[in-house]
Write a protein that binds this ligand. Structure first.
Ligand code: URA
Length: 237
């Protein structure tokens, strides 16, 4: 027997905290009975219905994908374009943790663990996301200091970032910058460089927390080890 909120979170439906809210709000039924007591325990074999939807316990799967450019980060595209899920062989219902744009390549985690997804994407956990951006023009340190201090995107200030100039090519008028950010707002890196008038030409995510792309080619993936999954949970505490 396990606490109901734990079983719901393990099913990948939502996080444990959100499951508690659903229980308190009378949205959870066990074997046909509405449960509102957070102390309630249940079995994995019980009929558990959340918001009218039967939840199914699935073994957890964690994939680290090297997303190529030209693929969309969604589970289902209404225009029938190739998605990141088309690259992975699985019988589980996996979801991407955050998103990379169609024209961005790099590290993307896919999982059916809703709790880990919420932890990794919550800005309060300050998970490092490290990008290599090829940007137009020659950047200088004071311009980068502006985006590192935080800039307003869609009305909200970004948290402190780190930037390192990797290469400057005056002749071809571009720069390569490594940028570490902690949130995942829509098109965040592109918008940050737009603000300092150095639009992104090419973007790749090299790292999320301690995970990198070593050993993978574009389009390849591997499963995370149990040790890596535990370490990711620890990084979020
Ligand atoms: N920031 C962007 O602008 N695009 C991405 O794909 C990821 C971060």
């Amino acid at each position: 027997m396990e606490r109901l909120q734990k079983i719901i979170a393990l099913s990948g439906y939502t996080s444990r905290r959100k499951a508690e809210e659903l229980i308190k709000n009378g949205k959870v039924e066990v074997n046909g009975k509405i449960i509102t007591d957070l102390g309630t325990k249940a079995n994995f074999s019980d009929d558990i219905v959340v918001n009218g939807e039967a939840i199914k316990y699935e073994e957890k799967e964690y994939i680290l994908l090297y997303k190529p450019r030209g693929i969309i980060t969604t589970t289902n595209d209404e225009k029938g374009r190739k998605t990141v899920l088309d690259l992975v062989k699985t019988n589980k219902r996996l979801y991407p943790v955050g998103r990379l744009d169609y024209d961005t390549s790099g590290l993307l985690i896919l999982t059916n663990d809703g709790e880990l997804t919420n932890l990794l994407t919550h800005p309060k956990n300050q998970i490092d996301k490290v990008y290599t951006a090829k940007v137009s023009g020659v950047v200088n340190k004071s311009e980068l200091a502006v985006i590192c201090r935080g800039v307003i995107i869609d009305g909200v200030k970004t948290s402190k970032a780190k930037a390192r100039i990797r290469k400057i090519n005056k002749k071809l008028d571009y720069s390569i910058v490594e940028l570490t950010i902690h949130e995942g707002k829509n098109h965040q890196v592109k918008k940050m460089f737009d603000i300092i008038n150095h639009p992104v030409i090419k973007l790749k995510r090299d790292r999320v927390s301690f995970l990198d792309l070593n050993g993978l080619k574009s389009g390849e993936y591997r499963k995370l080890t149990i040790k890596e999954v535990k370490k990711l949970y620890n990084e979020c505490k």
